[in-house]
Each structure stands twice: as C-alpha cells, then as structure tokens.
Write a protein that binds this ligand. Sequence first.
Ligand SMILES: Nc1ncnc2c1ncn2[C@@H]1O[C@H](COP(=O)(O)OP(=O)(O)OP(=O)(O)O)[C@@H](O)[C@H]1O
Ligand SMILES: [Mg+2]
Length: 179
Amino acid sequence: VLLNQLIEDILELSRLDAGIKEGEHRSLDLAELTERILADLQPLAEEKRIGLAWQRPISAVMTVGDPARLARVVRNLVDNAIKYTPVGGSVKVMTALELIDEREFATIWVEDTGIGIPAEYQSRVFDRFYRLDPSHTVPGTGLGLSIVKEIVNAHDGSIQLKSRPGAGSTFIVRLPGLG
Ligand SMILES: Nc1ncnc2c1ncn2[C@@H]1O[C@H](COP(=O)(O)OP(=O)(O)OP(=O)(O)O)[C@@H](O)[C@H]1O
Ligand SMILES: [Mg+2]
C-alpha cells in the first residue's frame, strides 16, 4: 500500500513539475469538499480516538481550481494532523472566506493537538522526502506536504505553518476567492 502511494505521489509531483495544467479549472465550494474528506477520514480518526471537530461555515467558501487536487491538499493535511497527534487528541478543521487587503481568500485551517514541529524544521517539512520522526514509528514517505505545497502554488495560493513542539500544529492554506 505504501509503495503504491509512493509511486502515485512521484507521478503527481512529476506532473506538477511539468507544469501540466491538465488539472481542471472550475469553481467549487472548499467547505463542501472539506466536509467530504472529513467523512472519509473519520474512521482513521476514530481508530486513534481522535475527535475531528468540523466548524462548518454558514455560507459557501468558493474558489476556482481542480477539485481532485484540492481534495488531495485537504486529505494530506488532515491525514498528517491525525497521524502526528497522540491517541485521544483532537483535530479542528475550519474553512472561511477571508478579506485581506481588499482581496478575497478561500481559507482552510487544520489544527491539531499533536507533537508539533520545532521552528528550525518548519520550512523543511515541505521538502520532498523530508521526515522529522527519527524513529519512523509513523509510516509515510515524506512527500505529502511537498505535494500540498506544489498544488497550492499551482492554484496561486499560499501555505502557512504555525507550530510549537508539544503544543500542536496549525496549517493554513489560502486560495484566491471568487470575489
Ligand atoms: N501535523 C503535523 N504535526 C507534526 N509533524 C508533522 C505534521 N505534519 C507533518 N509533520 C512532519 O513533517 C513531515 C513531512 O510530512 P509529509 O506529509 O510530507 O510526509 P509524511 O506524513 O511523513 O509521509 P506521507 O504524507 O508521504 O505519507 C512528517 O514526516 C512529520 O515529521
Ligand atoms: Mg503526510
């Protein structure tokens, strides 16, 4: 299963490298997409007794892009939040339209109460194959966040990480809004 994932990830990265805009370009509701991914990952969270808190917005959070790729962004972030949070912890997910300097953004926050990431590694976690866990107790290839970053960049978005060891991590992705 891990090998299949690795091959799929490498293929996706080479497609993104090639700048292939084979990706779809249509308007979508980031909140609706997120809700779908959370439903998919609910069993994974339950296995670890991690509460998945979904703060559903009142109105749609519209952006433009490739639904499959943006679904991957959300899935990789929530998957990490679950993986790197100890049993019994919690993960909070929120989406909203934000107005920053008169520009509209479709934003998602993925917040966990997990192990956190020391400041000196916070930029490196987006590098290909980079993993922090030295004992490799949690399986993975280290490609998830590099794919997230490439997809976000391809959508003219940005990604931000706020974390403190022991206090958890928050990943924030901002995509251009429709307005
Ligand atoms: N929410 C998080 N909390 C703490 N550490 C994290 C979190 N998300 C990522 N990391 C750290 O960043 C590294 C890179 O994450 P990334 O998603 O790219 O790879 P992975 O989860 O190890 O493997 P993959 O996603 O390819 O299965 C992880 O190995 C982990 O050390
Ligand atoms: Mg990952």
